[in-house]
Design a protein around this ligand. Structure first.
Ligand SMILES: [Zn+2]
Length: 158
């Protein structure tokens, strides 16, 4: 658990109930009387601003969920493409008989579609949950990293 972004009902973090400001409209991303609905509403809990949020600004509708599409190959014989979505998500972990820890984060889903000639396309789909702390670490570690300076390349074996 990271103290920075953890909110316990035993020791509520006052900053956890304040939604961040939308960088499109300048208002908080949740409505004034936002609902932190979740499956533990009847339990002792102090849900943070992001509980029940679907990733869209509730004032202007800007969608913070991410969608990315990449054509890997588009020749006369094949079409290979990858579609990536990153959507706000939570993952619950039971840590005793009646207590849970809810990890905030995103679900990353990648679908890779292959179509050769006029065959029916086939798709491979993978999903993974990435916690907010893991995202923060990855973003900081990748800043100015040579990993992001990599190139793709092709090969002709005839
Ligand atoms: Zn907005």
């Amino acid at each position: 658990m990271s103290e920075k972004n953890f909110n316990s009902f035993l020791k509520p973090n006052p900053r956890a109930s304040i939604p961040p400001v939308c960088y499109k409209c300048g208002k908080e991303v949740r409505n004034n009387n936002f609902d932190t609905k979740n499956e533990f509403t009847k339990c002792m809990s102090s849900p943070p601003w992001n509980s029940g949020w679907e990733g869209k600004c509730e004032h202007c509708g800007y969608d913070y969920n991410i969608h990315y599409s990449q054509i890997v190959s588009a020749s006369d014989f094949s079409l290979i493409k990858r579609e990536t979505s990153v959507a706000i998500s939570q993952m619950k972990h039971m840590d005793s008989l009646d207590t849970f820890v809810i990890l905030s984060g995103v679900e990353m889903e990648i679908t890779e579609t292959h179509q050769f000639n006029s065959d029916t396309p086939t798709a491979i789909n993978r999903k993974i949950f990435i916690s907010t702390n893991e995202l923060k670490y990855l973003i900081a570690a990748l800043k100015n990293s040579p990993i992001l300076a990599q190139y793709d390349w092709d090969v002709d074996c005839t």
